[in-house]
Design a protein around this ligand. Structure first.
Ligand code: NAP
Length: 459
C-alpha cells in the first residue's frame, strides 16, 4: 500500500515471510524514527503464516492478533507481495541488490525426524501435514488421512500434539462453526478413531503442554482422558522441577495428569491416554502402520537437564494411524548458511553469521532464528532485537540508495510472477468470509493457490 514519494535516503527493507515474526519485524522497522519502506514477501497469496495455517481452528481467540497485523499492513510505507517465493522467483543476491537489508522470517516449515525404521510407512504422518490439511494450507490440501481405524498414536507432548489430539477427539459438531476446512470436516465426520495415545519420551514433569491446552483435553465432550498413576510417582529431581516457581507449568501439568489418572474409562465415546518414559524405536507394519515399538526410558541427569535413557525394555502399541509431533524445523534458503542440526539460520542475536563472521545485510527472526519455541507473542521481542541490530548496522554503514520495490517489481515483471498485493488479499479475505456464511463459519478458506489468484483477479 505504499503511496509516498521517497527521496534516496529512505531505507528499503525486505522482510521474507508474513507470519508473526515477519509482521513484528515490519512493525519495529516502521516505528523507527527514520524514513523506511518495508516490502514483505510471502510465497503464498495469503498472509499471516502460522496464524492462518497453524493455529487450530477451535482456538479463534489466538487468531485475533491478525487485527494487529492488518493495522501494520495498512501503513503507507508497507507493501505486501504475496505469491512471491524466495529461491524460486528471486534469489538472495537479487534481494540484496535491491534492498539495504533483508529480514528472513520464514519460520520452521519442516519437521524433526524420529530416525527410526518404518517412519515413512503409509499411515505415519507428521503433525505439520495434519495441521496444514485441516487448516486448508494449499501444500497439504490433497493429503488423505485414513480415519477408518480406531487407534491413533501421537508421538510428542507439546501443544501441537494437543492440537492434533483435540481435532481427532472432538465431536465434529464442536468444529462445524470454526474455520476448519470443509474437506477436513467431511473426513473427520466419518472418522472411527476412538482411542488416542499421546506418547512422551520423558516424564509428566517434562511434558511441554501449557496447562491451559492440557486442561482443554480433559474437557472434550464425550471423551475421557487417562494416565497411569505409576507414571506419576516422581523422583527427587522431578519434584525439584515441579516445585520451582519459574517452572509453574510443570506442577500444574502434573496436577492435571493426577486428575486424569483418577478418571474411569466409563462409556465415553473417545479415550485419550498419556504414556510417559517411552521412546518409539520402530514403526511396525509391512504395507502400512500397524503399531509402534516403544522402548522404556529412565531419566538421567540433574534437575532441569534430565534426559531419557533407554532401559532395553520394550512394549508394542497397536495402532492404525501415527502422528509425529516432535517439533518443527526450518528449511535452508539457497545461498545462505544453515544449521542443519538445529534447523535454523545461524545468527548472532538476529545477524546471520557463520563462525563469528556476519553476512552483511542479512538478518533472521522468529523460529528460523531461535528454533520452534514460544507462543505467538514471543516473536515480538525476538523481532525487536533483530531490527535493533539491523538499524544500528545500517546507521554505521555509508549511505547508499537502493531501488527497493521498484527494482523488485521490475524483476517480477520480467519473470511474469503473479504477485498479490495487500488490497488483493483483502478481496480474498472478503470472499472467504462470504463463503463461510451459509455454513455458519467465520470463513471458508480457499485451499488452492489458483483459486486464491483467481479471486485476487490475477489469473
Ligand atoms: P514442543 O513444545 O517443543 O514439543 C515437542 C515434543 O516432542 C516434546 O514433548 C519433546 O520431548 C518431543 N520430542 C522431541 N524429539 C523427540 C524424539 N526424537 N522422540 C520422541 N519425542 C520427541 O513442540 P510443538 O508441540 O511442535 O510446539 C512448537 C511451539 O509452538 C511450542 O512453543 C508450542 O508451545 C507452540 N504452540 C502453541 C500453541 C498454543 O499456544 N495453543 C499451539 C501449538 C503450538 P522432549 O521434551 O523430551 O524434547
Amino acid at each position: 500500500m505504499a503511496t509516498t514519494d521517497h527521496s534516496d535516503n529512505t531505507l528499503k527493507i525486505a522482510v521474507v515471510g508474513s507470519g508473526p515474526s515477519g509482521f513484528y519485524a515490519a512493525e519495529a522497522l516502521l516505528r523507527a524514527d527514520l524514513p523506511v519502506q518495508v516490502d514483505m514477501l510471502e510465497r503464498l497469496p495469503t498472509p499471516f503464516g502460522l496464524v492462518r495455517s497453524g493455529v487450530a481452528p477451535d482456538h479463534p481467540k489466538l487468531k485475533e492478533v491478525i487485527k494487529v497485523y492488518d493495522r501494520i499492513a495498512r501503513n503507507p510505507e508497507f507493501r505486501f507481495l504475496g505469491n512471491v517465493a524466495l529461491g524460486e522467483d528471486l534469489t538472495v543476491d537479487e534481494l540484496q541488490a535491491n534492498y539495504h537489508a533483508i529480514v528472513l522470517a520464514c519460520g520452521a516449515q519442516s519437521d524433526r525426524r524420529m530416525g527410526i525404521p518404518g517412519e515413512d510407512l503409509p499411515g505415519s504422518h507428521t503433525a505439520t501435514e495434519f495441521v496444514g490439511w485441516f487448516n486448508g494450507h494449499p501444500d497439504y490440501r490433497d493429503l488423505a488421512f485414513d480415519l477408518d481405524g480406531e487407534v491413533a498414536v501421537i508421538v510428542g507432548q507439546g501443544n501441537v500434539a494437543a492440537d492434533v489430539c483435540r481435532i481427532l477427539a472432538k465431536p465434529v459438531r464442536e468444529l462445524r462453526s470454526t474455520d476448519i476446512s470443509e474437506h477436513a470436516l467431511e473426513a473427520l465426520a466419518q472418522s472411527r478413531i476412538r482411542e488416542i495415545h499421546i506418547v512422551g519420551r520423558r516424564g509428566p514433569a517434562q511434558a511441554r503442554f501449557t496447562p491451559r491446552e492440557l486442561r482443554e483435553l480433559g474437557e472434550i465432550p464425550d471423551c475421557v482422558t487417562l494416565a497411569n498413576s505409576d507414571d506419576l510417582r516422581l523422583g527427587p529431581h522431578c519434584e525439584t522441577e515441579i516445585e520451582d516457581p519459574q517452572n509453574g507449568n510443570a506442577g500444574k501439568n502434573c496436577a492435571l495428569f493426577r486428575e486424569f489418572a483418577a478418571n474411569q474409562t466409563g462409556d465415553a465415546r473417545t479415550q485419550v491416554r498419556f504414556h510417559f518414559y517411552r521412546s518409539p524405536s520402530e514403526v511396525l507394519g509391512s504395507n502400512r502402520v500397524t503399531g509402534l515399538r516403544l522402548e522404556r526410558n529412565r531419566l538421567d541427569g540433574p534437575a532441569f537437564a534430565q534426559v531419557a535413557r533407554p532401559t532395553g525394555e520394550t512394549t508394542t502399541l497397536d495402532c492404525d494411524l501415527l502422528f509425529r509431533s516432535i517439533g518443527y524445523k526450518g528449511v535452508p534458503i539457497p545461498g545462505l548458511p544453515f544449521d542443519d542440526v538445529r534447523g535454523i539460520v545461524p545468527n548472532q542475536a538476529g545477524r546471520v553469521a557463520v563462525n563469528d563472521r556476519t553476512v552483511p545485510g542479512v538478518y533472521v527472526t522468529g523460529w528460523l532464528k531461535r528454533g520452534p519455541s514460544g507462543v505467538i507473542g514471543t516473536n515480538r521481542a525476538d523481532s525487536v532485537e533483530t531490527v535493533k541490530h539491523l538499524l544500528s548496522d545500517l546507521a554505521d554503514a555509508p549511505a547508499t540508495s537502493k531501488p527497493g520495490h521498484q527494482g523488485l517489481e521490475e524483476l517480477l515483471r520480467q519473470r511474469r510472477a503473479e504477485q498479490v498485493s495487500y488490497q488483493q488479499w483483502l478481496q480474498i479475505d472478503e470472499a472467504e468470509v462470504m463463503r463461510g456464511q451459509p455454513r455458519g463459519k467465520p470463513r471458508e478458506k480457499f485451499t488452492r493457490v489458483r483459486d486464491m489468484l483467481a479471486c485476487a483477479g490475477r489469473k
